[in-house]
Design a protein around this ligand. Sequence first.
Ligand SMILES: [Zn+2]
Length: 74
Amino acid sequence: MKTQECPRCANPARLSKRTFSDQALAALIVWNDLTENLIDESICEDCYSELRDILIERIEEVKAVKPRTFNRAS
Ligand SMILES: [Zn+2]
């Protein structure tokens, strides 16, 4: 399987689609950990674990973020 450049960190890696809840995405965007144009993009494993760790560490803050609904390609 060939690697591609991750749209988030620009490292060559195997990319795959990650699923986050709308609430989690809203929080990541507010914190500038993810840009809105990347919500429906494939990212690398490193980015995914980084984002996942942020969400776990800041779970109480995630709950406080105003929920949003994102349009995703289905
Ligand atoms: Zn990445």
